[in-house]
Design a protein around this ligand. Structure first.
Ligand code: B12
Ligand code: SF4
Ligand code: SF4
Length: 377
C-alpha cells in the first residue's frame, strides 16, 4: 500500500520522519485497538536481522518432523525463515499485541466431564478478522505519514510472529514457546506490519522464566521434548485443530474434555498474575461456547455446526473433525449416560467419526467394568 499524502514537514529528512512516526506509534496503536506495540529492526546489525537464531530453529523443527501434517510449514519454511525472505525491502517490523485474557480460570472446566472445553482464544469472535482490520487501519496511517510501503500479517502468513514480537520488546518466548509479557502474561494475540521505513527499534525483552517449569510439567501429552521446544505432533492444540483423521489412540485419553485447542501451559504461567481480562468486547466468550454440553455437540450436523460457530475460529475445522473431538471427550468422560450420544454416531457418514464413536463406547464400557484383580508376585 502506498499513498501520496504525508504528514511530514518539507524540511524533514527520512530520519526525522521515522522518529516522528516512532513517537506516535504507541498512541496510534492504541487508537487502532491494540494493547501493546513495538518495533524490530530487520536490516543487518538490527535486533532481528537475517542472522537471528529463529531461522535455524525453524529448520530443525521441520527437519525433525515436529510440524506433523502441517505441510504448509515445510513448504513455506524458506520464506518463513526471516521477514526479508518474504519481502526483501522490509526494514522494520511493527509488532502489535491484543490482550485476550480470560475473566476466570480457563482450566476450571476440565473437571466438568459432561461438558466440552473450547480454548479461551476460540470462545468469542475470530481474532484473525478483528486484528486484520485493525492492522490495515494502523498500516494506512503509517503509510500516509511516511509515504512508505507497508504489508500486514496475522497468523496465517509465513512470518514467525513470536521471535519478531520478542525482538520488538513485547515479551520473551517462554519455555512453552509462546510469547510471555510482563503486563499481559501468556494472553496476547500477535499481528505484524512490515514496512520499508527504517524505524528506531524498541529494546528487546529478556527471558524471565528463571527456574520455573510449570508449563512443561502440566502438559497432559508431554509435548515439550525440551524447554523452549514443542513437538506439535503431541500438542492437543494441534491434535484437535490441525490434525485430520483419527488421533493416535495412545494420546486420546490425555485430551480429556478439550474439544478445541488447549490452554494448560498458558494458564499456569505465573506471569499471568499481572494480566487483566480482555477489554475487547468481541473477544468475550459466547455463553453457548463456555462449557457446552457434549451430548448436544455430538448431534451437530453440517448446518447446525456452521450456525453455532459462525464468525468463530472453530468453524475452520469443519463439522466432522469437531464431532470427532467431541466423541473422544465423551469416551474420556466415562459417563454411561453419554453413551446414547455416541451410539447415535455409529452410522455417521464420516469414517473417522464412526471410529471415534466406537472408541468412545468401548471406553465408557471400560470405565464401568470393575478393575481386574492384580496378582502379586
Ligand atoms: C504453527 C502454529 C501452531 C502449531 C505449532 C506451535 C508452535 N509452538 O510452533 C500448533 C497448532 C501446535 C499451535 C498451537 C497453539 N498456538 Co499457534 N501458531 C502457529 C503459527 C502459525 C506458527 C508458529 C511457528 O512458527 N512455529 C514454528 C516453531 C519452530 O517456531 P516457534 O514456536 O517460534 O519456536 C521457537 C522456539 O521453539 C524457540 N527455540 C527453539 N529452541 C530453543 C532453544 C532455546 C535455548 C531458546 C531460548 C528458544 C528455542 O525458537 C523457535 C523460533 O523462534 C503462529 C503464527 C505465526 N505466523 O507465527 C501461531 C501462534 C504461535 N499460535 C498462537 C496461539 C495462541 C496458540 C495456542 C495457545 C492456541 C490454543 N490455545 O490452543 C497453542 C499453544 C501451543 C504451544 N505451547 O505452542 C499465537 C501465540 C501468541 C503468543 N502470545 O505467543 C500465535 C502467534 C498466533 C497469533 N497471531 O497470535 N500453534
Ligand atoms: S497447549 Fe496443551 S498439549 Fe499443547 S503444549 Fe500446551 S499444555 Fe501441552
Ligand atoms: S510457566 Fe514458567 S517456564 Fe513456562 S513460560 Fe511461564 S514463566 Fe516460563
Amino acid at each position: 500500500m502506498t499513498t501520496s499524502t504525508s504528514e511530514a514537514a518539507p524540511q524533514d529528512t527520512p530520519r526525522d520522519i521515522a522518529l516522528k512516526i516512532a513517537g506516535r506509534l504507541p498512541l496510534w496503536a492504541r487508537d487502532a485497538g491494540f494493547d501493546v506495540c513495538g518495533v524490530a529492526a530487520l536490516t543487518p546489525g538490527g535486533g532481528a536481522d537475517e542472522s537471528w537464531p529463529a531461522a535455524a530453529r525453524l529448520a530443525r523443527f521441520v527437519e525433525l518432523g515436529r510440524h506433523g501434517d502441517m505441510a504448509w510449514m515445510a513448504s513455506t519454511a524458506q520464506r518463513r525463515a526471516h521477514p526479508r525472505a518474504l519481502w526483501p525491502n522490509a526494514r522494520s517490523a511493527i509488532v502489535l499485541g491484543l490482550n485476550y485474557g480470560p475473566e476466570s480460570d480457563p482450566l476450571a472446566g476440565l473437571a466438568a466431564r459432561a461438558q466440552g472445553v473450547i480454548s479461551v482464544y476460540a470462545q468469542g469472535r475470530d481474532y484473525h478478522d478483528l486484528i486484520k482490520g485493525r492492522l490495515k487501519a494502523l498500516a494506512g496511517r503509517i503509510a500516509r505519514a511516511g509515504e512508505a510501503e507497508v504489508k500486514v500479517f496475522v497468523d496465517t502468513a509465513p512470518l514467525m510472529e513470536k521471535p519478531l514480537a520478542a525482538a520488538a520488546g513485547l515479551g520473551w518466548q517462554g519455555k512453552h514457546t509462546n510469547l510471555v509479557s510482563r503486563a499481559f502474561g501468556s494472553w496476547l494475540f500477535l499481528g505484524a506490519i512490515l514496512t520499508d521505513l527504517a524505524l528506531p527499534a524498541s529494546a528487546a525483552e529478556t527471558d524471565h522464566c528463571g527456574a520455573c517449569r510449570a508449563c512443561l510439567d502440566i502438559c497432559p501429552t508431554k509435548a515439550f521434548p525440551a524447554p523452549y521446544q514443542l513437538d506439535a505432533r503431541r500438542c492437543i492444540s494441534y491434535l484437535t485443530i490441525e490434525h485430520a483423521g483419527p488421533v493416535p489412540e495412545a494420546l486420546r485419553p490425555a485430551l480429556g474434555n478439550r474439544i478445541y485447542g488447549c490452554d494448560d501451559c498458558l494458564a499456569v504461567c505465573p506471569w499471568n498474575k499481572f494480566a487483566q481480562a480482555a477489554r475487547e468486547s468481541a473477544l468475550q466468550p459466547r455463553p453457548a461456547l463456555a462449557g457446552p454440553a457434549l451430548e448436544a455437540l455430538a448431534a451437530l450436523d453440517d448446518a447446525t455446526f456452521r450456525a453455532l460457530f459462525s464468525a468463530n475460529p472453530v468453524k475452520r475445522i469443519g463439522r466432522n473433525r469437531f464431532v470427532r473431538n467431541v466423541l473422544y471427550a465423551i469416551g474420556n468422560s466415562g459417563l454411561a449416560r453419554l453413551g446414547k450420544a455416541a451410539r447415535g454416531r455409529l452410522d455417521d457418514a464420516d469414517e473417522t467419526v464412526r471410529e471415534a464413536a466406537r472408541w468412545a463406547l468401548e471406553r465408557i464400557a471400560g470405565a464401568s467394568r470393575p478393575p481386574k484383580e492384580s496378582s502379586s508376585v
